[in-house]
Design a protein around this ligand. Structure first.
Ligand SMILES: [Zn+2]
Length: 146
């Protein structure tokens, strides 16, 4: 749980970012309690120490299965489709004048093109370390809502 959780959940509306399973951010001891997951794993630091691994642009709410269950993401890199989903999420928070808007702009760029490049650079760099096995994507566990 981080201070960003309610804001992230405002977008995800109680669904796992990766598989759309129902999650909650209220009761820490409940089975569906959300993990705050780093989309780009910590190894990205080896590519670029400037990338805000802990920045909100890189944070999503995930079910425990996706984050650390059997077949979970752990330190793998998500698929290109999921990268697109993250980009759309960040753009949504920016265009909707969300409180996190300024933070996202400072962290990732002040134009759509810069922000897309920012994520693509991080992705390309991570791919150099992770190779082809890195394209993690879970089976959907619910209806896609974002
Ligand atoms: Zn999930």
């Amino acid at each position: 749980m981080t201070p960003a959780s309610p804001a992230l959940n405002g977008y995800q509306k109680g669904k796992c970012f990766y598989c759309f399973r129902e999650i909650s951010i209220d009761k820490e001891n409940s089975a569906d309690f959300a993990d705050v997951d780093h989309f780009f794993p910590h190894i990205l630091r080896q590519c670029d120490s400037e990338k805000p691994i802990n920045g909100v642009a890189n944070l999503v709410l995930a079910c425990t299965d996706c984050n650390r269950g059997v077949g979970g993401k752990f330190s793998q890199l998500p698929s290109v489709d999921l990268l697109e989903r993250l980009s759309n999420r960040n753009e949504y928070l920016i265009t909707s004048h969300h409180p996190l808007r300024e933070t996202l702009i400072v962290q990732t760029g002040n134009t759509v093109a810069k922000r897309k490049n920012y994520l693509q650079d991080a992705y390309n760099c991570s791919t150099l370390y992770f190779g082809v096995k890195s394209k993690w994507q879970p089976k959907p566990q619910g209806k896609a809502t974002f």
